[in-house]
Design a protein around this ligand. Structure first.
Ligand SMILES: [Zn+2]
Length: 133
């Protein structure tokens, strides 16, 4: 199995060290009971996922940045397609649409923020899997 590139590995929630092992036990982020159910260590290279106690608290900041970025993207396309003015309720319509999109994408963003946050601390090592064998 060939390892993924940096961005595909993050989008597929793969281990940042070997870019092959899955970080989460379930592949479906919308399996809501197991949305944050992670392996303790990467099944391929044995990289620990929770580096220290409370490590995942930092993902709140990453998740915030992702949500703001998605909101700006939503504002842009909504503005271009439907238009937003102060003269009617169009800003509230955008707020409702944005809230729905943010809520529906939350499980995906939660996982993405954990994978991104772990990748800030764990660098890619192409020999990681070989050293496990
Ligand atoms: Zn790994």
């Amino acid at each position: 199995m060939k390892e993924s590139g940096f961005i595909p590995a993050i989008l597929k929630n793969e281990c940042p060290r070997c870019r092959k092992g899955k970080l989460f036990r379930s592949n479906n982020p919308y399996d809501l009971k197991r949305v944050l159910d992670m392996h303790d260590a990467c099944p391929v290279c044995n990289q620990r996922t929770e580096l220290e106690i409370g490590f995942w608290y930092g993902t709140g900041y990453v998740s915030y940045v992702l949500a703001v970025t998605l909101s700006v993207i939503n504002l842009t396309w909504y503005w271009l397609i439907f238009g937003i003015t102060w003269k009617d309720n169009s800003i509230f319509h955008w707020l409702i649409v944005n809230s729905i999109i943010l809520t529906l994408s939350m499980p995906f963003l939660l996982r993405l923020s954990r994978t991104l946050y772990l990748s800030f601390y764990v660098s890619y090592d192409p020999t990681a899997e070989r050293r496990m064998k």
